[in-house]
Write a protein that binds this ligand. Structure first.
Ligand code: NAP
Length: 532
């Protein structure tokens, strides 16, 4: 059993008496004398084998903001063994020391408040090396290959943190220089294409150099603690699975909201938009984790087989249904993060873009378990708050024995929050405390992971990078999953392309166009807003 599975199961078992027991659990873990015991379960780390990691795009934004900070944390935690090497690759002419200085500068902010990271930083920097390579040219590849081959048959990970336009060149050269043999692994970042055809091109090129078992298609949402806790909640507790179907679940909501606008991603984002950037990958992957049948094991292919079945069960949205079931929006000037912000077109510096910065949609998983249960998905930029969460809304009780003075009975909700603060809330009806008669209240039983376990949760990239080294593909997308997701998205893109309608405007700082509210309200439901 992997450490990750062990942690998930430990958490799942801790959750076994959910409901009122959660209150007890929360009280219990908050007592100082009980905290260390629980925390020690959550922070246990198992070192991986010695490895070489090559980051193509080692000077880029993703490497500096996510990959290298994550690796430093794993190193400080004792998970990365001495002797491992990390190579940054880009076109800039830098020496090893020049690269280390650049990375040190960007990591300084991270280590400022953390004595352990500060102490471990010099040894971590010594693991870093740099190669100046142009992925599109042959120069220097011989030296690069020789340098990698100087090590024994250790695990080699090639992380393609560059534009996908370079994936074909990089994979061809890795193959030509004999760097693709097992136990080599390759990690590819989104976007994996902009439609089925371009995704197939990328998958063919990567697949020509590496076997599927060596390819790790990363979706960092799957590395979130909460997503793995969804597995623990569903499959390590007897409580939920009997209710996890159309008989008891009214609907599901999945929201991924950002407050930011384009930042520095304008040229990429304008060719992508929210449907490709967020729905095709992150939101559909979350939907799969909610809707899939119980896999027989945690084996990568067992889990991915079940996710694939969900993607293939999605009812196609084509033709007129696109405008009825899918709302696309584009933000106008408004207010965000406490200040005035320009609209999308002004930020972009163009007036003719029809790229959507917001999508809300109603999907259906057309199978025995989920028939008739709507899955409402929404994502957007310049929304009022940064939050990603999954809401499982259960059906109402069939009959109320309480009189009108007791108040209305609201349905139970299980809310799994992925960011900013990972945790789970179960909304229940309870009696208003005190002797003043029997009045009902809808209250959340709250399980904030950081608070309960007293540890900082690892970032998704940390866990996923270590999974790559371990060769565990459970939390990575298989080729057929990516293709099935695009197959569902393609007709929507085609319908938008053929339509004269522009995205609906919404004011920055609002929850999207009013049509997104109407989408769910015409079914007699509302978007979940957590006021507490
Ligand atoms: P970025 O900041 O533009 O960095 C690109 C990197 O690639 C730089 O190190 C660049 O260095 C290098 N590069 C460019 N052309 C090259 C060539 N011909 N040969 C070798 N190296 C080359 O991009 P990023 O934001 O880090 O994103 C990298 C990938 O991850 C993209 O596919 C992006 O969509 C994806 N992604 C990024 C994020 C994020 O938060 N940034 C999140 C999810 C996915 P030189 O110019 O010096 O060569």
């Amino acid at each position: 059993m992997t450490n990750q599975t062990r942690n998930a199961l430990a958490f799942g078992l801790g959750f076994a008496g959910f409901g009122f027991a959660t209150l007890v659990l929360r009280w219990y873990v908050s007592r100082p004398e009980t905290k260390p015991e629980i925390a020690s379960v959550a922070v246990k780390t198992v070192p991986v084998d010695v490895f070489d990691l090559v980051i193509f795009g080692g000077t880029g934004d993703l490497a500096l903001r996510k990959l290298l900070p994550g690796l430093l944390r794993r190193y400080a935690d004792g998970q990365i063994p001495e002797g491992s090497r990390i190579f940054g690759v880009a076109r800039d002419a830098l020496s090893d020391d020049g690269y280390r200085a650049r990375i040190e500068e960007s990591l300084q902010k991270l280590v400022a408040d953390d004595a352990l990271l500060d102490e471990k930083l010099p040894a971590f920097l010594a693991m870093l090396h740099y190669f100046s390579l142009d992925a599109t040219k042959e120069d220097n590849w011989d030296t690069f290959a020789a340098s990698l081959k100087s090590s024994d048959d250790r695990i080699r990970v090639f992380y393609l943190s560059t534009s996908p336009a370079l994936f074909v060149d990089i994979c061809n050269r890795l193959s030509a220089h004999g760097l693709n043999a097992e136990p080599a692994r390759v990690v590819i970042e989104k976007p994996i294409g902009k439609d089925s055809a371009s995704a197939a091109e990328i998958n063919n090129a990567v697949g020509a150099a590496f076997a599927e078992s060596q390819i790790f298609r990363i979706d960092h949402y799957l590395g979130k603690e909460t997503v793995q806790n969804l597995l623990a909640l569903r499959f390590a507790n007897a409580l939920f699975e009997p209710l996890w179907n159309a008989r008891h679940i009214d609907h599901v909501q999945i929201t991924a909201a950002e407050t930011v606008g384009l930042e520095k991603r304008a040229s990429y984002y304008d060719t992508s938009g929210a449907l490709r950037d967020m729905v095709q990958n992150h939101l559909l992957q979350l939907l799969c984790m909610v809707a899939m049948e119980p896999p027989a094991t945690l084996d990568a292919n067992a889990v991915r087989d079940e996710k694939l079945k969900v993607l293939r069960s999605l009812r196609p949205v084509v033709g007129d249904a696109v405008s009825q079931l899918i709302v696309r929006g584009q933000y106008k000037a408004g207010a965000s993060n406490g200040g005035a912000v320009p609209g999308y077109l002004d930020e972009l510096g163009r007036s003719d873009s029809r790229t959507e910065t917001f999508v809300a949609l109603k999907a259906e998983v057309a199978n025995w378990r989920w028939a008739g249960v709507p899955f409402y998905l929404r994502t957007g930029k310049r929304l009022p708050t940064r939050v990603s969460e999954i809401v499982i809304a259960f059906k109402q009780v069939p009959h109320s024995m309480f009189d009108a003075d007791a108040g209305a009975i609201a349905g139970n909700k299980l809310v799994l929050r992925l960011q900013p603060d990972e945790g789970v809330k179960l909304w229940l009806m309870i009696k208003d405390p005190g002797p003043g008669g029997l009045r009902l209240q809808h209250v959340p039983l709250d399980m904030s992971f950081a608070e309960a376990f007293g540890v900082v949760q690892p970032e998704a990239y940390e866990r996923l990078l270590m999974d790559v080294v371990r060769g565990n593909q459970t939390l990575f997308m298989r080729r057929d999953e990516v293709e099935a997701a695009w197959k569902w998205i393609d007709p929507i893109l085609a319908a938008w392309g053929a339509s004269a309608d522009a995205p609906k405007p919404y004011v920055a700082g609002s929850w999207g166009p009013s049509a997104a509210v109407a989408l769910i309200e015409r079914d007699g439901r509302t978007w979940h807003e957590d006021a507490t």
